[in-house]
Ligand binder design. Structure first.
Ligand code: NAD
Ligand code: UDP
Length: 309
């Protein structure tokens, strides 16, 4: 039975990965320091004999007893307001945390999968984004702490692969949503849904013409599972190519929630990417993967979850 260490296991994506690996008979060690995650996300695993939780900051020396076959490095503040609140911790977890993870992988002979991001493409000048695009990132803007930490993490991961022969995988995740996102994490999905459920206006930033493409979490973790077990050593985009403006997205949320649309326009954050859409040709080819959950269905599930919060 293989053992997988998941850093950031108490977070949104990390907790769904823990569920997926447990349901595929893996033993899971979850690690988190709760900086943006929540005990509630893993509470349902407390009586699961194949799940063990270690409360630890991944930027500090890592010492895990026993064998580890795979490491999924998902620890990092991930929403713009989180990484603006914790800029140094964001850089540390991307840089020092990734270094500790790669060192542990080398010691244990484990394969590492790094959670990277569409933010490595910055405010992209190529659209949709393909993996061979090097990006347009402002290193000293407010988002630079996240974007550059992830770019450094990718470079370090490739260095460990080339220099030390560590088996590595890199996923570039595009906007993903679903149950267990924090209601106040500031990202557009939790914001709009919380606002709609509270009867408030949805806060559209800028003129709402910027685009995003939203992937439901079950699709994403299925792609990550396939990537981990594949032979692909270079970065792979995972996300849903269905792109829309944020103004249209607000309409969609109101529609699925069954309420009249109310919006309020606010200032666009600095360096907010104007467009974003994954080119998933590579994922289709090497992983035989593509998203299957319709936006309307994913939003319905997520709205139901937020109603219980
Ligand atoms: P999240 O904030 O819900 O989860 C991140 C988890 O990492 C949290 O539980 C947090 O407490 C933990 N963490 C942060 N720093 C840590 C440290 N030093 N030591 C231990 N634990 C630490 O965010 P998420 O949306 O689940 O994102 C998970 C990963 O996926 C992140 O690496 C993020 O960059 C990446 N990602 C997510 C998206 C998305 O749309 N959700 C998009 C691109 C990339
Ligand atoms: N956004 C918005 N209103 C909000 C939150 C976000 O209009 O209340 C916009 C934001 O400016 C961006 C898009 O929605 O253009 C997605 O933002 P999010 O924070 O979810 O993630 P990003 O894709 O920017 O990393």
């Amino acid at each position: 039975m293989a053992t997988v260490l998941i850093t950031g296991a108490a977070g949104f994506i990390g907790s769904h990965l823990a569920d997926l690996f447990l349901s595929n008979d893996y033993t899971v060690v979850g690690m988190d320091n709760f900086i943006t995650g929540s005990r509630r996300n893993i509470a349902h695993l407390s009586s699961e004999s194949r799940f063990r939780f270690v409360e630890h900051d991944v930027t500090q020396y890592l010492d895990i007893e026993g064998k580890i076959d795979y490491i999924l490095h998902f620890a990092s503040p991930a929403s713009p307001i989180d990484y603006l609140e914790f800029p140094i911790q964001t850089m540390k977890v991307g840089a020092l945390g990734t270094h500790k993870v790669l060192g542990l992988a080398r010691a244990k002979g484990a394969r590492v999968l790094l959670a990277s991001t569409s933010e490595t493409y910055g405010d992209p000048l190529i659209h949709p984004q393909t993996e061979d695009y090097w990006g347009n990132v402002n290193p000293i803007g407010p988002r630079g702490v996240y974007d550059e930490a992830k770019r450094f993490a990718e470079a370090l991961t490739m260095a460990y692969q080339r220099y030390h022969g560590v088996e590595t995988r890199i996923v570039r995740i595009f906007n993903t949503y679903g149950p267990r996102m924090r209601a106040r994490d500031g990202r557009v999905v939790p914001n709009f849904i919380s606002q709609v459920l509270a009867g408030q206006a949805m806060t559209v930033y800028g003129d709402g013409s910027q685009t995003r493409s939203f992937c439901y979490v079950s699709d994403l973790v299925d792609g990550i599972f396939r990537l981990l077990l594949s032979d692909e050593q270079e970065p792979v985009n995972l996300g849903n190519p269905r792109e829309m403006t944020i103004a249209t997205f607000a309409k969609k949320i109101a529609n699925v929630a069954g309420v009249p649309e109310k919006t309020q326009y606010e200032a666009l954050p600095v360096d907010d990417p104007k467009v974003r859409q994954p080119d998933i040709t590579k994922a289709r080819r090497v992983l035989d993967w593509e998203p299957v959950v319709k936006l309307e269905d994913g939003l319905r599930e997520t709205i139901e979850y937020f109603k219980t919060r």
